[in-house]
Each structure stands twice: as C-alpha cells, then as structure tokens.
Design a protein around this ligand. Structure first.
Ligand code: RIB
Length: 289
C-alpha cells in the first residue's frame, strides 16, 4: 500500500498536567492527585497520531531554545516524526499548556511561546515539503495570518488541507472554502458554522464534526450521517480530537472513503482516551486492525 505522506503545520507544546478529583472554583485552592510534564500541542499530537498509524509524517513548527524544546524534539524523533522543519526560536519559551484533568474531562490554558513565531515567511521555506504531501493538517494554535497564508499556498500548490479549527477562530468564508475538510468538535461547529440552527450548517459538504463519546458526523448532501464510537473506559480525553484528526488524514491519504475514514479515526480516538496524556494512548496500526 502507498505510504501516506502527511505534513502537519502547527503547535508544539509541553503539557503541564495536573490530575485532580475536582476542578477548583474561582478563588479556591484544592490538593491535586499527581502532576506530569508530557509532550502535547495540537499540531504535535496530530503528527504523532499519524506517525503511529504508519504514515510518513513531517511537522513544520517551532520550539523555544529552552530544555522543553529539546525534550519535545527528542519525543518526535522517538515517535518517528520527521523534525527537519522544526525551528528553534532564540529567546522565546516553548509553547506550554496548563491542563487540569478531572472527572473524565479537562480544562486547558495555552501559552503560545514559539508557536506564536510561526510567520508566513517561515512556512515558505518548506514549499517543496508541502508540495510532496498527500494532505496538510492544520489547527489554530498558530497566528491567523499564517493559517490564511497556508490556505493560499496550498491552493496554489494544489495540495488538500484538513483544517481542525481548534481553538475556535473565525475565518473569512473565502478561506474556509479552500479546505478539503474541516473538523470542528460540536461546540466549535456551533460557533463557527451555525451547526445548532435548524437548517444545514455552513460548508456542510466539508464538515466532519466530532462529538466525544457519541462519535462523529458528516453530511451526504443534506443528510447527516453519524458514525458512532465504541464505548470504552475513559481516563483522559486530552488529545482525543487530535488522534481523530491524525488518523482521519492517514485514512483519507490511503484513499479510504469518508465514512470508512471516520470510522477508522473514531476507533483511534477511542484508544487515546484510555490513558493519561495527549499522546500516551495513541494506537499503533496493529492495535486498530
Ligand atoms: O488538544 C490537546 C492539546 O491542546 C494539548 O496537548 C495542549 O497542548 C493543547 O494544545
């Protein structure tokens, strides 16, 4: 089978993960159960998910010139993600995510750090890499003008782009129109595409909407098709959406039809929620099959 070539352009974070019995309320101090530093960032997670499933994966991103930056690059190398397009930004911290995991859910605050230094001219250095890819996968933890530049560039180079619009950020319709697929969760879909109203959401022919344990939906014409997920024991949902996106890109690059690709991505995501940390539970190909 053709080895899928995926290039992820996006964020690389160190996740500072606190496990607690409950979320603290405003002004409240609680004792937590444990604390871990774990590799994360939506871009990084999607790259690792796709690599574990057997794709050739490159990441275009930036880390700071701090100890976390080195650890994050080492992590990609151990996961088989190609790191030639990772820049080390002097005098800037690596991206950070403060995560509290509690009651099968999470709350996250991110500090962009080096991810905020991903400017359009940096992307242009990797035109050949982008052109050689079956799919480009992007998220919204890098500057908006860079997202828009990537969409323009990929249109010129005729390379399909999957946009995972997380965290939610509005783009002009002309930019959404350049995506092959858009993969919001249900909350992002409500905010960005009027998914909650009676009529059809905007760009419904491009949408693949994830809905946690319920599975994921897409539209065939004006009919919504929902592909349910398997029920599993949930430890931590952090990175489940990223696992879904990485797996979806792999399946589509392999030529799977959308419904089959969504089922494959659902299955991958159902593995990821069973372990603490964004990347720890991402499955290998053999586990899914
Ligand atoms: O999607 C999960 C990711 O969001 C975490 O790994 C964290 O870094 C934030 O970017």
């Amino acid at each position: 089978m053709h080895t899928p070539k995926i290039t992820v352009i996006g964020s690389i974070n160190m996740d500072l993960v606190t496990l607690a019995e409950a979320m603290p309320k405003q002004g409240e101090t609680l004792s937590g159960e444990s604390f871990k530093t774990l590799p994360g960032g939506k871009g990084a997670n999607q790259a690792v998910a796709a690599a574990r499933l057997g794709a050739e994966v490159h990441i275009i991103g930036k880390v700071g010139d701090d100890p976390f930056g080195k650890t994050l690059i080492d992590n990609f190398e151990s996961q088989g993600v190609k790191t030639e397009a990772i820049g080390i930004e002097a005098g800037v911290s690596s991206g950070l995510a403060n995560i509290i995991v509690s009651d099968q859910d999470n709350r996250i605050i991110i500090i962009a750090g080096a991810n905020g230094e991903m400017h359009p001219d940096y992307i242009d250095k990797f035109k050949k890499r982008i052109e050689a890819s079956d799919y480009i996968l992007i998220q919204f933890e890098i500057p908006k003008q860079t997202v828009e530049h990537i969409l323009d560039l990929c249109e010129t180079l005729d390379v399909p782009v999957i946009i995972n619009p997380a965290p939610a950020m509005q783009l002009d319709d002309a930019y959404w129109a350049k995506a092959a697929y858009i993969t919001p969760n249900d909350t992002e879909a409500e905010k960005l595409f009027a998914y909650d109203t009676d009529g059809l959401p905007k760009f419904q022919d491009k949408l693949v909407i994830t809905n946690g344990a319920k599975g994921a939906s897409f539209f065939r014409g004006d009919r919504m098709i929902t592909v349910p997920s398997e029920k599993v024991e949930v430890t931590d949902t952090t990175g489940a959406g990223d696992t879904f996106n990485g797996a979806l890109a792999v399946a589509l690059a392999e030529g799977k039809a959308l419904e089959e690709a969504v089922a494959f991505a659902n299955k991958a995501a159902s593995f990821s929620v069973q372990k603490l940390g964004a990347q720890s539970g991402m499955p290998k190909r053999s586990e899914i099959e």
